[in-house]
Design a protein around this ligand. Structure first.
Ligand code: EPZ
Length: 420
């Protein structure tokens, strides 16, 4: 199994360019199923998850050219099967997002049932509630979930989400794009990835209004055509590099960021004493020669503090003086990194969904596990601050979601190597 060896780092400095967003590109790729025409997506990051989504689409019948310079051409003239390859679907929870477009275009979908994962049970009841409201008949067996539209296709409806689920909002939006009549999603997720998806569907001829707010209106159309679209910058990757500057007391210029998408992370870093400024070339994060202090964070759906930055931020909080509290409200089991950080000498106590970080401890290099994608990034950040060498295992989690992870860190002065 491959591992990262992370050495203690002097302050990181230089510049880094952020890739297209993993969590935007996966639903964008799925949305191309809604049309028989070719769609061209720019700024597609080279990630294991993107490769899995490509294979899933190919198993459905999409023709996809080998990407050249981050450009992906996808065309699905015919849906050859409404049951994408089970093994591939089982490899990635995010694959469930092909259900909505399959149901919308082919009137049917059969997917291998997604399991829970290390950060929580992650049910799909809200996705199914949405499909049902559009008139689909849902059949659930031990292994599969099937959805079938009524004769004449899905019908627009009003759907209230009990929680603003990102995946459910995306799936319902895609299914409703080709439904008869108008659909309203109330208490919809407002994440930038939702707006990005709506922008692509609208370029394809869709009629979606209100994406980015909690009330989305989707007027169904008879068909969608091809379009070109550039993926938004990855706000979580950007946040990870902001924290890399902070934890090493360095200074970085981060290019290709949308500062509005990073407001909560920026606000919290500023509270800790880090300078974050926008310039013509990008975002400057300056943590050198500064007295840094603790803060409290609470994860929330967008525009609140992102759950995906909770673990990298916690790694940073272990290095500043004072007590910080970190409350996780989005996923029920997203503190797996706490034991790993404590193994490195941190002092973090968990009380339910609250972690109390007693900061200012010297971290020491240890053998730690990347328990999920973002927790893995947190371990690497902690390793940069720790004395000696930190060995991070199960790095396939990290490589699923960060493009050129090691290369980018090395380019700003980090000493990280990958060993098999
Ligand atoms: C997306 O997951 C992201 N993944 C996650 O990124 C991110 O952490 C999450 O949104 C929250 O921002 C992708 O976009 C591919 P949700 P998603 O549905 O859509 C509950 C990363 O590290 N829920 O908004 O699966 C659910 O259990 C990751 O990049 C239901 O109860 O998230 C969770 O507690 C991991 N019923 C909460 O809602 C449902 O039907 C939020 O989940 C759906 C969700």
């Amino acid at each position: 199994m491959a591992k990262f060896l992370v050495q203690h780092s002097s302050p990181l400095s230089g510049e880094v360019t952020i890739s297209g967003a993993k969590n935007a590109v996966l639903p964008l790729m799925a949305a191309t199923l809604l049309s028989k025409d070719e769609c061209k997506i720019f700024d597609v990051p080279e990630l294991a998850d993107v490769a899995v989504m490509r294979k899933i689409l190919e198993s459905i019948g999409s023709e996809i050219e080998e990407p050249v310079r981050s450009v992906l051409n996808i065309q699905t003239k015919d849906i050859k099967t409404i049951e994408p390859d089970n093994e591939l679907v089982g490899m990635m929870r995010a694959s469930f997002v092909v259900m909505g477009p399959l149901l919308g275009r082919a009137g049917k979908a059969k997917l291998y049932r997604p399991g829970g994962c290390s950060i929580g049970a992650r049910p799909i009841d809200l996705h199914l509630k949405g499909f049902k409201a559009l008139g689909a008949r849902i059949t659930i067996t031990d292994d599969y979930i099937e959805a079938e539209a009524p004769e004449g296709g899905l019908n627009g409806s009003t759907i209230y989400l009990d929680f603003p689920s990102v995946g459910a909002t995306e799936n319902i939006m895609m299914a409703a794009a080709l439904a008869n009549g108008t659909t309203y999603i109330e208490n919809a997720a407002e994440e930038p990835e939702i707006t990005d998806l709506a922008n692509l569907i609208n370029k394809m001829g869709g009629r979606i209004k209100g994406a980015g707010t909690d009330n989305i209106k989707i007027e169904g159309v008879a068909s969608l055509h091809g379009a070109e679209h550039t993926v938004i910058p990855d706000r979580i990757e950007a946040g990870t590099f902001m924290l890399a500057a902070a934890i090493t007391r360095g200074q970085l210029l981060i290019r290709n960021v949308t500062p509005d998408h990073l407001k909560p992370v920026t606000a919290k870093l500023r509270e800790c004493g880090v300078t974050v400024e926008m310039g013509d070339e990008g975002m400057y994060v300056l943590a050198d020669d500064r007295e840094l202090t603790s803060t409290n964070i609470k994860t929330m759906p967008y525009p609140g503090f992102p759950t995906d930055i909770q673990s990298p931020f916690m790694a940073f909080l272990t290095t500043v003086y004072g007590h910080s509290t970190v409350i996780e409200t989005v996923f029920e089991n997203r503190f797996m990194h706490v034991a790993e950080l404590n193994r490195m000498g941190a002092n973090i106590e968990i009380q339910g969904n609250k972690a109390i970080v007693k900061g200012g401890r010297k971290l020491r290099g240890s053998h730690v596990i990347a328990t999920d994608l973002r927790a893995g990034a947190a371990m690497v950040l902690a390793g940069l601050a720790a004395e000696g060498t930190t060995q991070v295992s199960e790095i396939y989690h990290i490589e699923r979601g960060y493009e050129d992870f090691i290369e980018k860190f090395r380019s700003i002065g980090a000493d990280i190597s990958r060993v098999d």
